[in-house]
Design a protein around this ligand. Structure first.
Ligand code: URP
Ligand code: ZN
Ligand code: ZN
Ligand code: ZN
Length: 484
């Protein structure tokens, strides 16, 4: 079997940087050290050898708001690899009344074209006995994380009683509860009011979902997870209001993680006031882009550890699809792209500015989520025995982001015109070189499904604590007679 040796670089992991060569055989790392040799040599001089990025939040070819997101598993994972990301975790979205495993089969049918490895989260989009039963099957099938939408009223939203029931079930199964935290009732009311008052343009999308609705829902989800005794992962944390809730929960010892997106870290609400309707609509996503002050909060969260992972929520729609919402902002399909740009943008604006160290960069783009999702050390590590999902990162390589040269199939890029410094020289997916100096050599269908085991240790600890502190009746010697 032909081997590959990556020579002359510095291995950078979440906790260590050291000069070493890396030998890859049969898709896994078989040696790390000085003076290694192999059949093919990849020159890593001046580069960092890091675990490939893991994007824990994508929506590829997803049915949503009357259409399908435009990037499928082929173009989406090609974009990922081009930007140094070697694994995506996509959300299975069962339709109303649809069984979870039926929906999982639909996702498996689509993902056969993936160029890199992938895993799934399951969404709980409705509630009933069938869902309760299927959740155990989902865990057994390697999908132990369950996302709940507190927004999208009338479509995907679940209510608090359903959230509590589902969270308890997730806890019993050793799984991870996840939430899209926005108060869907308030968003629906604000949307109707804005439209009635003639606020129909994309800027009203931001007005309809202020930070307070995200902060409230994040607090509520944390409280419900605490009552249910289940760990909680909050997706797309976009503002200080939500971050503050997560920070407080973590300081109180709760198992809660927050996930800012590269979009919210680097783009702000002024995009919605652009005179070009298309420009503004292309940036409509939920939660919306925020006032710049929230960016400082998110960066501080990454620096201090109160926020754990940077994702994209890649859910790309073409301009033609965005135009479904001409005259009514609530019909603009929600979502933006970012798979190809997450690592270069975060490196440029994080490591390039001194806000993050290279090791912290690895932690928030790969290793932390690998640990949270029970993928570590198969993924998220540069260790002997780990999958050779690697990026050879050239900190001197520059480009200007442009839709004209991107892998995503849409016709624009929300980061258009941004200069990034720090790009992959090579990206390897299970030992296969998929990107070489800007040349894309991906292989359709190379990607494999990575099933994940439940992680009962956290849940057991939480339930043991719940049991110790559970309400108990006071045993009394006698009860006073009534009417005395
Ligand atoms: O606007 C967004 N985020 N679209 C994708 C679906 C979701 O809410 O994650
Ligand atoms: Zn969401
Ligand atoms: Zn999403
Ligand atoms: Zn292959």
């Amino acid at each position: 079997m032909a081997s590959i040796v990556i020579k002359g670089g510095t291995v950078v992991t979440a906790d260590l940087s050291h000069a070493a060569d890396v030998l890859v055989e049969g898709g896994v790392i078989t040696a790390i050290g000085p003076d290694l040799s192999g059949d093919t040599v990849l020159d890593a001089a001046g580069c960092y050898i890091m675990p490939g990025g893991i994007d824990p939040h994508t929506h590829l070819e997803m049915p949503f708001m009357g259409t399908y997101s435009a990037d499928d598993f082929e173009s989406g994972t090609r974009a990922a690899l081009a930007g140094g990301t070697t694994m995506v975790v996509d959300f299975i979205l069962p339709g109303q009344g649809q069984g979870l495993m039926d929906a999982a089969q639909m996702w498996h049918n689509k993902s056969g074209r993936a160029n890199c490895d992938y895993s799934y989260h399951m969404a709980v989009t409705w509630w009933g006995e069938k869902v309760w039963e299927d959740m155990a099957l989902s865990v057994a099938a390697g999908i132990p994380s369950f996302k709940h939408f507190m927004a999208y009223k009338g479509a995907l939203m679940v209510n608090d009683d359903e959230l509590f029931a589902s969270f308890r079930r997730v806890g019993d199964l050793g799984g991870l509860a996840m939430v899209h935290a926005e108060n869907g009732d308030v968003v629906a009311e604000l949307t109707a009011k804005l439209l009635a008052e003639g606020n129909t343009g994309p800027e009203a999308h931001g007005y309809s979902r202020p930070p307070q609705v995200e902060g409230e829902a994040t607090n509520r989800a944390i409280m419900i997870a605490d009552m249910a005794g289940v760990p909680l992962y909050v997706v797309h944390t976009s503002c200080e209001d939500a971050h503050e809730a997560i920070r407080r929960a973590r300081a109180a010892g709760k198992r809660v993680w927050g996930e800012p997106l590269i979009q919210h870290l680097t783009l702000d609400e002024s995009e919605y006031f652009h005179p070009d309707w298309d420009h503004a609509a292309r940036r409509v996503m939920s939660p919306p882009f925020r006032d710049k002050k929230h960016q400082d909060s998110l960066w501080a969260g990454l620096q201090s550890g109160s926020l754990s992972c940077v994702a994209t929520d890649h859910c790309a729609f073409t301009t033609a699809q965005k135009r479904f919402g001409l005259g009514d902002f609530s019909k603009i399909p929600n979502g933006t792209g970012g798979l190809e740009d997450r690592l270069p943008m975060l490196w440029t604006q994080g490591v390039g500015t001194g806000r993050l160290t290279p090791n912290e960069f690895v932690a928030v783009t790969s290793t932390n989520i690998a640990k949270i999702l029970n993928l570590y050390p198969k993924k998220g590590a540069v260790l002997v025995g780990a999958d050779a999902d690697l990026v050879v990162w050239d900190p001197a390589k520059e480009k200007v982001i442009s839709a004209g040269s991107q892998q995503s199939s849409i016709d624009y890029n929300v980061f258009e015109g941004k200069t990034v410094k720090g790009l992959p020289r090579y990206t390897l997916t299970r030992g296969q070189v998929a990107v070489q100096d800007g040349e894309i050599r991906t292989e359709e269908g190379h990607g494999r499904f990575v099933g994940r085991a439940a992680q009962p240790a956290v849940n057991r600890a939480l339930s043991a604590w719940k049991e110790l502190t559970a309400p108990r009746p006071v045993q009394r010697a006698g009860i006073p007679a009534t009417g005395v």
